[in-house]
Design a binder for this molecule. Structure first.
Ligand code: HEM
Length: 183
């Protein structure tokens, strides 16, 4: 709660047009919700033996909030600019790909979340679900490179800590998978 109030305070330090403000709020809180969703999945795995259920519920709720916010973010930007081409990913050159990484990440998140809805049908859904990690790193680059709120040192530090944590969780999970295979 303190973090939410603190980030709200930081964003309000630079007021702008309403749609731009909605985009900035949705971006940062969507980013945060997805981070917490990934974090909860780590605890879900750890607590599975006792009861992973509260973490699973938190994981799903945070993911729902995150997906909603990351849809609101570009939608309000597109409405403000009256330009829906902002939904088109740019893959080259690398610097632009990373700066506009949110565009690519949006589809990766939607794919990764969507496949989880059909997990009973697709046995290998987890492999696709791991795209969340790649998308998260892309968004971190995107926020750090073009985000006006992420020009502040404290926000840059938060983004870097989250990106490193998410990379750590990914490595930890992959090691876990490896162990299961070779047992
Ligand atoms: C079509 C997709 C996307 C477009 C066109 C887009 C565009 C932008 C733009 C123009 C900014 C700079 C806003 C500003 O500072 O005034 C921005 C910032 C940001 N975006 Fe995106 N983005 C997209 C997808 C995403 C996704 C999927 C996320 C996931 C969380 C995301 C997270 C962020 C964050 C955290 C910031 C920094 C907020 C700030 O400092 O203002 N973006 N995005």
């Amino acid at each position: 709660m303190i973090i939410v109030l603190f980030i709200t305070y930081l964003i309000l330090q630079k007021p702008g047009e309403p749609l731009r403000m909605i985009a900035r709020f949705a971006a940062t809180f969507g980013y945060l919700a997805i981070f917490l969703s990934i974090l909860s999945s780590e605890y879900m795995a750890k607590m599975r033996k006792i009861s992973g259920m509260p973490f699973l519920r938190a994981h799903h709720n945070l993911a729902r909030i995150g997906v909603l916010l990351i849809l609101i973010h570009p939608l309000s930007l597109a409405l403000q600019a009256q330009d829906f081409t902002i939904f088109l990913p740019v893959l080259y050159p690398v610097e632009t790909f990373l700066a506009l990484g949110g565009r690519t990440a949006l589809y990766l998140f939607l794919l990764a979340a969507g496949i989880a809805l059909y997990r009973k049908k697709y046995r290998n859904w987890k492999k696709v679900h791991y795209l969340n990690y790649l998308a998260f790193l892309l968004v971190s680059a995107h926020a750090l490179m073009i985000g006006s709120d992420f020009k502040q040192d404290i926000m840059r530090i938060i983004a870097i800590i989250m990106a490193v944590t998410v990379t750590g969780i990914f490595i930890h999970k992959r090691i876990g998978v490896g162990k299961k295979i070779y047992k």
